[in-house]
Design a protein around this ligand. Sequence first.
Ligand code: DNO
Length: 348
Amino acid sequence: MEMNFRWYGADDPVTLDNIRQIPGMIGIVSAIYDVPAGEVWPYERIMELKKEVESKGLRLDVIESVPVHEEIKMGLPGRDKWIANYKETLRNLGKAGVKVVCYNFMPVFDWTRSELNAPLPDGSNSLLYDHEKVKNIDPLSGDLVLPGWDLSYEKERLAIIMDYYRKLSEEQLMENLIYFLKEVIPVAEEAGILMAIHPDDPPWPIFGLPRVVTNNENVRYILETVNSRHNGITFCTGSYGADPANDLFEIIDTAKGRIHFVHARNIKWIGEKSFQETSHLARDGSLDMPGILKKLKNAGFDGPVRPDHGRMIWGEEGRPGYGLFDRALGAAYIHGILDAFNRQESGK
Ligand code: DNO
């Protein structure tokens, strides 16, 4: 597996110089952040990013994310224009040598938590999702705004979009995803790009909006219906793992050969549909990290992996989930596990 680290560009308090000093780091996962969702990413901008990353001895194999315009997710007649733009972006990314594109199909709201700095017993803090609290949050009130949300819409427009989604069934949302995939996957094939859909986080409907990238059955459906190696998944342990009903090993079996990117992080279930993020260590959370990594390795996965959300430790302040220190510890832990497996295999 190839160790990568997410970097948010020039605005990120974590620098490329910081990242290159984490042992074993080979690549950066990033995006062009100032192009509005739906617009084409210019080739020159992609190359600028790539050169910057490469000037620090790192690679740019993975983009996370190329956002999918809401009209595509909603299945509106205007979607074809946005899909044409998406294809153009994929062509530009392919030309620039990018190998994997991570994206998601969550209506409006990307990853959602009720608290961004919930205390942990050791004095650090981390992201927490409490379903009862989220049920009482009105995202239109502006009381909770999360870093992954695109709230560039006017409030009235957002209300209309949410209303539309509330009437959309999961089957319809899935159909819209399949429509999108049937269009873009042939282009991804030509461009040499592996598409890797990220699961919904958390993997159940929130704010009354449907979600479909949630479980084994739906992963199977998505992969079988558009049956190309270029139509694959991001296996995010913490997103699928947030639902104890999801058997992570089963999902790995289903997606074998079609897992193109791994987000490795741990969470601890703290109640019905509620969880807090922990250090990456298996003993701190509910997920069997070494077991999962072993299963991925045995399924033949040797692609890009990145540590995911970390706690805030040692007084660090910064982007929730995306500080330097705990993610660096996470990377070292993952490396340790993988090195041990490799040693065992080689019999040394
Ligand atoms: C959260 C991330 C997500 C992810 C997108 C992929 O920390 O894992 O925001 O990047 O859902 O499109």
